[in-house]
Design a protein around this ligand. Sequence first.
Ligand SMILES: Nc1ncnc2c1ncn2[C@@H]1O[C@H](COP(=O)(O)OP(=O)(O)OP(=O)(O)O)[C@@H](O)[C@H]1O
Ligand SMILES: [Mg+2]
Length: 349
Amino acid sequence: MAAPILQVKELAVSFQTYAGVVSAIRGVSFDLMAGETLAIVGESGSGKSVTTKTLLGLNAPNATVADSSQILFGDQDLTQLKAGAWDQVRGAKIAMVFQDPMTSLDPTMTIGQQIAEPMVKHLGKSAKAAQESALALMEGVGIPDAAEHLHDYPHQWSGGMRQRAVIAIALAAEPDILIADEPTTALDVTIQAQILNVLKEEQKKRGMAMIFITHDLGVVADVADRVAVMYAGKIVEKGLVNEIFYNPKHPYTWGLLASMPTTSTALGTLQAIPGTPPDLLHPPKGDAFANRNAYALAIDHELEPPFFNISNTHAAASWLLDSRAPAVTPPLAIQQRQAFWQEHFVQEG
Ligand SMILES: Nc1ncnc2c1ncn2[C@@H]1O[C@H](COP(=O)(O)OP(=O)(O)OP(=O)(O)O)[C@@H](O)[C@H]1O
Ligand SMILES: [Mg+2]
């Protein structure tokens, strides 16, 4: 496997609020390998966006990153970057695509200018060379008749076209890492598939690594090499995409797999995970999933589970994996889905 390009160690992020301190991210560690795609999945509020925004120093002003956290990128710890130094990283080495393209586009600049700008700023291209490259990139992300649309403004474009523009802007400075937070959720399935293809092609061409946040398991199976499952501000399971789909070990992952939509409807009814996530103003002791976990053990209410290794690429934080725990089999819904995915989604190897 390739070397890690980014190492996140014991990331903890809290927010000051009128009600108290919200412990949103509670010790998240993962490596991102050069050229790979890591998908982050988890229910709403589990901390996917806060985790990735922290990688870019984009959190809200009431956020605090714990002193013990590290985000190692090259020879830098990004948690220590001063405001001015972010310019060399954000949009240059690590770029982000958000769900809603209008929030990332400047209504006063043409699309062409917005794509060319990072090329001038970070790659030192001349204005003319940048405009030529911008045109090529627009064609690359599948914007038809790009030359005629170089001087258009964002409001003249449809949602799908705008999202392509946002992706072109993110790719413009040839970043080492692209973070995409539900980049296709608002789009129809055909455009979604086209945009995923564009991202995969760009990735292959340049060896860029991606972190991909999505609620869609079909998208996970399509783009991800590895998956991290988040719950209540922690990663509870991580592994190769095949390991997460075919051999999930954490009961929360079972619940999530049974509840998440895929672009295919063939899986039939979705089963919502009963209950609600804990209030992160008062994180519970023990396993935060315990009170929703049909398989919970007494110890789950007392002590946080450590990670147990299932393979050297797969680990889950659940006491069920302790050698003293009773053996349990995943629920039927998961077994059925495994059979379905085996046939339809994940490629071997
Ligand atoms: N500025 C803030 N102030 C207080 N709490 C915040 C702030 N931003 C995020 N949070 C809290 O941090 C937690 C994680 O939020 P986050 O946006 O990362 O969730 P998410 O996994 O991206 O969810 P979704 O799938 O809905 O996008 C939530 O409990 C959220 O309420
Ligand atoms: Mg989010």
